[in-house]
Design a protein around this ligand. Structure first.
Ligand code: FDA
Length: 582
């Protein structure tokens, strides 16, 4: 044969996006082959904020418990701190990630899952182990080189870096999950808009006992607001990877003036101790790495059977913590579509909806991350820190915060306002959970959310309006708790109906029979198998007793009927045909 290996989906890159793609395809029983050029998973922590939607996706993949065991729990993410040095009382503290008493109910009503802190160095091995349990695996030290299309599929050339030899892999689809310098994107003739290297940053990963500084005010991020010549936060930002002994210190630097490769562990230790404000007993520097802040989005995410996901199609600053989360969401959006097209249950048009659905959401994420970075400067302004002042002037401005004077009142008011703005970055449940696919594999029946942008970021609105993730409601089956987001299994669609929804059962059977698509009908309410003890589904479903909500395998609503019309079978058939391009 003209190739050595054959598979349905060749996945390039075993970062969060590629591993999620492999794990989801494994769940759907789609053959795949995952190649990764490095010998192992991420060697530096990088991304770590796992938002509620990502934890939900891990729940759908059966590994929420693994994640909860491995991750730093939500309680220990409570506080953002702003300090001059760590050994002094903080200048400001803000509750984040849904921990504030005012925010907590929004988070727990919106999802059965938590925001957690799980560095990539911990998260990726967890995904690899889960993948191995399915019988699949990552093929490490295999570099994807290029591809040709012989009219019948793709033939990729892959280099085995251990031996230097190449082999070919034939596949029906290729998923480029190959990160910031995606070769797959280029080979597919796709390109990005935007700018690279807006800033240069260095991450210093270390272990040290910081409990005496942080145990009474645990959190993920400590921002430095030490007075003195800018860049602001010149001493860096401290990121918790494991409380209170493993951290990353991120510093922006100027590559024209500083050579990162020349940084020794002693230099790194000096940076850490400057941030802390005093010498530490024991510091172990585990790694130093440089990276750039980019602002880029791909103009298109796919070209016929080649799809790009994750950092391959969007790059942005770590502010807002969206990179890993959007990358995982891309894969989870695409995997079921590939599976249904591969099984001939859906037409090729379904694959087009990956770009239509994900690109606007990711573009909004890139814009938010950049705005979050810009907005974070407002805090230094509010504190009276400026780039043209001396260190003494900076200290004098900070001292005003404690003054019993009109200037003190004004300074405190400005600080509160700046902290309110930071909610857009750190309490952004609307952005993280409330995004909706306006077009694609959905049938819209209502105008989009027209609330002010700020509200859309900060507040999650449970709704079955098509395109949204189906709202969470606490339900019970056989006296065991479950969520309305749990009612989809594998590649099934779920049709959620109320007590008068019997007509939908027959409709679903007919449509399943005609089109070969699995539709599980769940009746929710009193006297049925699934109870709605707190009437949360009743409150959130937005359809009448005879209506129905059609949920896709990725838990987004595809279509809904407010009530059963004269011919439910015809309307369901019509909806599924449109959604699946049949
Ligand atoms: P990723 O880059 O992780 O993986 C791509 C993989 O493809 C790599 O393993 C690479 O080796 C492999 N590969 C590339 N070319 C190949 C080829 N030709 N053949 C085979 N393999 C190939 N995000 C977030 O959500 N929250 C956060 O808090 C942060 N914080 C953060 C901090 C720092 C310092 C950085 C640098 C980044 C973040 N991010 C983040 C962003 C996050 O790290 C990033 O968005 C995700 O890792 C993207 O995941 P992907 O799987 O798309 O790419």
């Amino acid at each position: 044969p003209d190739h050595e290996l054959e598979t349905t989906v060749l996945i390039v890159g075993a970062g969060p996006a590629g591993l999620t793609m492999a794990l989801t395809l494994a769940q759907y029983g789609v053959s795949h082959h995952l190649v990764e050029r490095y010998a192992g998973t991420a060697h530096m922590p990088r991304a770590h904020i796992v938002n509620q939607r990502t934890t939900e996706i891990m729940r759908h993949l059966g590994i929420e418990d693994d994640l909860m065991r491995a991750a730093v729990p939500n309680e220990l993410m409570a506080n953002n701190l702003y300090v001059t040095t760590l050994n002094r009382p903080e200048v400001a503290r803000r509750e984040v990630y849904g921990r504030g008493a005012d925010r907590r109910p929004h988070y727990s009503q919106a999802s059965p899952c938590e925001v957690v802190n799980c560095p990539q160095t911990v998260f990726e091995p967890l995904l690899v182990n889960a993948l191995r349990r399915t019988g699949s695996d990552v093929h490490f030290q295999q570099e994807w080189l290029d591809v040709r299309n012989d009219g019948d599929g793709y033939i990729s050339t892959v280099c085995d870096l251990r031996t230097g030899t190449t082999h070919t892999v034939r596949s029906r689809f290729i998923v480029g999950a190959d990160g910031g310098r995606s070769r797959v994107l280029e080979a597919a003739g796709l390109h990005l808009n935007g700018q690279t290297a807006l800033f240069h940053a260095a991450s210093i990963w270390f272990t040290a006992d910081l409990s005496s500084y942080l145990a009474h005010r645990p959190g993920v991020l400590v921002f430095n607001v030490h007075p003195g010549p800018l860049p602001p936060q010149r001493l860096g930002t401290l990121v918790c990877h494991h409380p209170f002994d493993e951290y990353v210190l991120i510093r922006y630097y100027d590559p024209a003036r500083e050579d990162l490769t020349a940084m020794t562990p002693d230099d790194a230790r000096a940076h850490i101790e400057a941030f802390v404000g005093e010498p530490l007993d024991r510091v172990e520097v585990k790694g130093i790495s440089g990276w750039t802040v980019d602002r880029q989005s791909a103009v298109r995410y796919s070209n016929s059977g080649i799809f790009c996901v994750g950092d391959a199609v969007h790059r942005h600053p770590p502010s807002s913590g969206l990179g890993l989360n959007m990358s995982i969401a891309d894969s989870f959006n695409l995997a079921w579509k590939i599976a249904l097209v591969d099984q001939n249950v859906a037409g090729p048009g379904l694959l087009e909806s990956y770009d239509t659905e994900r690109r606007p959401i990711d573009e909004a994420g890139v814009a938010r991350a950049v705005n979050s970075l810009i907005e974070s400067m407002e805090l230094t302004d509010a504190l009276g820190l400026a780039d043209d002042q001396t260190e003494e002037e900076g200290w004098a401005a900070l001292a005003e915060l404690d003054e019993a004077s009109p200037a003190g009142d004004a300074r405190r008011r400005a600080l509160t306002e700046a902290l309110d703005v930071s909610d857009l970055q750190f309490n952004a449940i609307g952005l993280e959970l409330g995004y909706a696919y306006e077009a694609g594999a959905v049938i819209q029946d209502e105008a989009p959310d027209r609330r002010p942008a700020r509200q859309q970021v900060l507040e999650y609105l449970p709704t079955t309006r098509p395109g949204n993730r189906v709202p969470h409601a606490r339900l019970e089956r056989d006296d065991l708790p479950l969520s309305s987001i749990d009612l989809v299994d594998g590649l099934q669609f779920a049709l959620l109906v109320g007590r008068g929804g019997g007509v939908w059962r027959e409709a679903a059977e007919r449509v399943s029979g005609d089109l070969g698509v699995e539709i599980a009908v769940h009746t929710i309410g009193p006297g049925t198998a699934i109870r709605d003890p707190y009437r949360e589904w009743d409150d959130r479903c937005e359809v009448s007793h005879s209506g129905a909500v059609l949920v896709r395998p990725d838990r987004h609503v595809a279509w809904r009927a407010r009530q059963a019309g004269p011919d439910p079978t015809a309307s369901l058939l019509d909806a599924i045909r449109t959604i699946l391009d049949r």
